[in-house]
Design a protein around this ligand. Structure first.
Ligand SMILES: [Cu+2]
Length: 322
């Protein structure tokens, strides 16, 4: 588990460094993460053998519906079943508070990110952009990303508004090819107005995501904890990653100089989940079971310019669960 997470974060950070290099070149104003990095080298160019699938993965017309209507004031549930080559998902979802669930039916770890696409752009545009190592933030802001191991699921809740959305996994497979280039993407339409609006969970612990700090952290009780992450930045994507700290460890020591730490290759830690790529102004809900212990909260996403991880800029926190 620890090794897996270290490798995954290593892939992330090499992606960030690829982006930094692109950004310094001055030709990527949208701050594009590299989707081509591997776990052993810092790749700065896209694989040349990628065949881009430009149509959404096909849906099995006989499959059971995987969108459930709202029940008892709860958010609706939309299930995204991700394999190594496709995403099976609802094509239409009514507007409103919706829980997006990633079910990993593949043979490797998968992530699921959702983009809210501006008019005039398509799902294929998003897939091509990500395959070419560009992040489509100026015309398709992301509304969150979660990750799940083989046979596992992970979910978060967002308020969907009318429009076209893309769902994909842009992270690399074990062959260093981004899953999006293998056909792991699809699109869905969110229709019109909410029929009966569902409110955010008023009991949730609200965590503010600011440039560059977490606000609202407090000590919690063991068990299921409900959070609402509110990105208060006008320009930056942020994430919340939970990590379990061992006796005597501090999150600043662990992540305060994340770029150096990852290249030392000596630090391991216990992942406890979280939500990545929450776009500017977005708010999401996320629930997680926490055992008693000390936890760190980290944002490892890159500053738009020059690409420094937010953790290096102070976006770190600690709390205790009793
Ligand atoms: Cu951040």
């Amino acid at each position: 588990m620890q090794l897996r997470y270290r490798v995954r974060l290593f892939v992330l950070i090499t992606g960030l460094l690829g982006m930094l290099i692109v950004a310094c070149g001055g030709d990527a104003p949208s701050a594009a993460p590299s989707a081509a990095a591997t776990s052993t080298t810092v790749a700065t160019t896209a694989p040349t053998t990628v065949v881009v699938a430009v149509t959404p993965s096909s849906l099995d017309p006989t499959a059971q519906p995987i969108y459930s209507d709202v029940v008892d004031g709860e958010p609706a549930l939309a299930v995204f079943k991700v394999t190594d080559r496709s995403i099976e998902a609802p094509e239409h979802i009514p507007a409103g508070l919706t829980t997006i669930r990633l079910e990993n039916a593949g043979t490797v770890e998968h992530s699921l990110v959702i983009f809210d696409i501006d008019e005039g752009h398509t799902v294929a545009n998003v897939a091509l952009e990500l395959t070419g190592q560009f992040w489509p933030e100026s015309w398709a802001p992301s509304v969150g990303q979660v990750t799940a191991g083989v046979g596992e699921s992970s979910e978060w809740t967002v308020r969907l508004k009318k429009g076209l959305y893309a769902a994909t996994d842009w992270t690399n497979g074990s062959d260093s090819v981004p899953h999006v280039a293998r056909g792991v993407f699809t699109g869905f339409e969110v229709s019109a107005a909410e029929v009966s609006p569902v409110a955010w969970n008023s009991e949730a612990v609200e965590i503010g995501l600011e440039d560059f700090a977490f606000t609202g952290l407090k000590d919690l009780e063991a068990g299921r904890n409900d959070f609402r992450f509110v990105n208060k930045s006008a320009t930056q994507d942020h994430m919340v990653g939970f990590v379990l700290l061992e006796e005597g460890e501090s999150v600043v020591e662990m992540f305060g100089d994340w770029v150096s730490a990852i290249y030392n290759g000596t630090k391991t830690y216990e992942p406890v989940g979280g939500v990545d790529w929450i776009g500017p102004g977005q708010e999401v809900e996320y629930s997680v079971d926490l055992d008693a212990g000390r936890y760190g909260m980290v944002c490892l996403l890159p500053d738009s310019h020059p690409g420094t991880p937010h953790s290096n800029l102070g976006m770190l926190g600690e709390f205790t669960v009793k």
